[in-house]
Design a protein around this ligand. Structure first.
Ligand SMILES: Cc1cc2nc3c(=O)[nH]c(=O)nc-3n(C[C@H](O)[C@H](O)[C@H](O)COP(=O)(O)O)c2cc1C
Length: 220
């Protein structure tokens, strides 16, 4: 099954294996996979980076997460997003940038505040920045390109959860500070759609209230 990410490939190949009596069990197992997907989508919730631990996703899992991040609706096939992976020492390097710029722009900042900036990427073992890069297009306005970057961020969150990790989509002041963006390698016309923190959770996450469908759905 070309084009499928490794985990899904395994699941589907197993689901098409015949039972001992020769009958196909694919229908049964495909339903199980579908229920698993629905369960994942209806129960996923964010976990704060401070509550995350390692180990983080393996290189193969990171590739799966990024592959799913790149599999989103994209009007005009513009690819209006790219990803930056922060793992290991790269997280500390990013923290040094945040702390340095924060100190320069907040002269009254306490050492504790500066230290907190330094540690921003140190809680989760993996952070993926989703960079939104819009370009001029005769049919696709920047808004649609930015929405595609948002879809990409959400796909990364779901992919992480599907692999048994937890995630949190954050921005923060660093996502809007031009000096930080330049230091992270973003060009003038690129923006951060989100920093997706990914790790393991030591305990089940508390949910938050969700909007009642009656408040947000109308029928035309
Ligand atoms: C674009 C975007 C940026 C966000 N930035 C922050 C942030 O900087 N700080 C924060 O506490 N939450 C931020 N959030 C919200 C977190 O993702 C939040 O934990 C999440 O909405 C919780 O809902 P969930 O459990 O359904 O994931 C942001 C959400 C989005 C969509």
């Amino acid at each position: 099954m070309p084009g499928l990410v490794p985990g899904i490939h395994v699941l589907l190949s197993v689901s098409h294996m015949p039972d001992a009596d020769g009958r196909s069990k694919s229908g049964h197992d495909e339903r199980k996979i579908m229920l698993y997907a629905i369960d994942l989508l209806t129960t996923r919730r964010s976990v704060k980076p401070v509550e995350m631990t390692g180990p983080g996703p393996s290189p193969a899992e990171i590739e799966t997460i990024l592959t799913i991040g790149a599999r989103v609706p994209d009007h005009g096939k513009i690819v209006p997003w790219r990803f930056i992976v922060f793992e290991g020492e790269a997280r500390a390097k990013a923290g040094d940038i945040f702390a340095k710029i924060f100190r320069l722009k907040n002269v009254t900042a306490t050492p504790d505040q500066v230290d907190a900036e330094k540690k921003r990427f140190m809680h989760a073992p993996l952070v993926i920045a989703v960079v939104s890069r819009t370009s001029k297009h005769p049919k696709v306005p920047p808004w649609e390109q930015e929405l595609s970057a948002g879809a990409s961020a959400m796909n990364i969150v779901h992919a992480a959860h599907a692999l048994g990790y937890v995630a949190n989509w954050l921005t923060g002041w660093m996502a809007f500070d031009r000096d930080v963006l330049t230091a992270l390698g973003l060009s003038e016309d690129e923006k951060i759609a989100g920093f997706i923190h990914i790790g393991r959770s030591a305990r089940p996450a508390d949910d938050r209230p969700r909007p009642a469908l009656g408040d947000i759905v109308t029928r035309f």
